[in-house]
Ligand binder design. Structure first.
Ligand SMILES: C[S@@+](CC[C@H](N)C(=O)[O-])C[C@H]1O[C@@H](n2cnc3c(N)ncnc32)[C@H](O)[C@@H]1O
Length: 209
């Protein structure tokens, strides 16, 4: 573990998806199917050569992006990158100290995904990460967010960037954050029906340019 990872709360395998075994398999199937639907919509509208998965974890959804584009997964936890790299050798995983500064040129990607990542960032950090997403997105490009949108859902230390938190932000708040990118489609995040909370977030597709 790096020195920085020792000073802050490091994300572990069990934090990425909070269910195991059969429920995990069903959830990942449903989520991959919906990400694929959005990716196919984007591919009908613009050429997709490159895609980025921001906060890729161990590449659960990066695999879907790789069906249509050359994918770079950016991830802060080195153990997720170490896990994903040999399993998904066709995807480039890059370990970054923070998602606020990504080691790529401006306008590098046609499609950018965050999947349950922005919801875990404090308000100060989320603004910086969104600016970085806007910097690396081409024009035209699509940005797909899947994030907690129930504003009652608040958990953890909401101010400490080294801690862990969940902050539900409304779709309207994401629209303000992502402007001038335009919100073009939303759908509810669907997961396994046995999960205790029915509302677990929203897919939000934005278009740049
Ligand atoms: C719930 S997991 C989702 C991972 C992946 N997108 C997926 O759906 O399988 C949240 C991801 O965000 C990353 N993350 C959480 N808080 C972060 C922060 N403050 N800075 C950078 N990355 C963070 C974690 O390392 C983890 O990979």
């Amino acid at each position: 573990m790096t020195e920085t990872a020792q000073l802050r709360k490091a994300w572990q395998m069990a934090d990425v998806v909070d269910v195991r075994d059969s429920a995990f398999a069903v959830r990942t199937y449903l989520e991959q199917t919906e990400v694929r639907r959005y990716l196919e919509r984007a591919a009908r509208e613009i050429p997709l050569a490159s895609a980025a998965d921001i906060g890729a974890g161990y590449g659960r959804l990066s695999q879907v992006l790789a069906e249509r584009a050359a994918v770079t997964g950016f991830e802060r936890e080195p153990h997720f990158v170490a896990e994903a790299t040999p399993l998904l050798p066709h995807i480039r995983f890059v370990n970054v100290p923070a998602l606020t500064s990504l080691p790529v040129a401006d306008a590098a990607f046609d499609f950018v995904l965050t999947f349950t990542v922005l919801q875990h960032l404090t308000n100060a950090v989320v603004r910086e990460v969104v600016e970085e997403i806007q910097r690396i997105a081409r024009s035209p490009a699509f940005v797909l967010l899947c994030e907690e949108t129930d504003t009652e859902h608040l958990w953890g230390d909401l101010e400490d960037p080294s801690g862990m938190c969940t902050i539900g932000r409304s779709v309207a708040e994401y629209e303000r954050l992502l402007a001038p990118f335009r919100l073009v489609e939303t759908s509810p995040r669907r997961i396994e029906p046995t999960y205790p909370r029915p509302d677990v977030g929203t897919y939000m597709l934005f278009r740049a340019g």
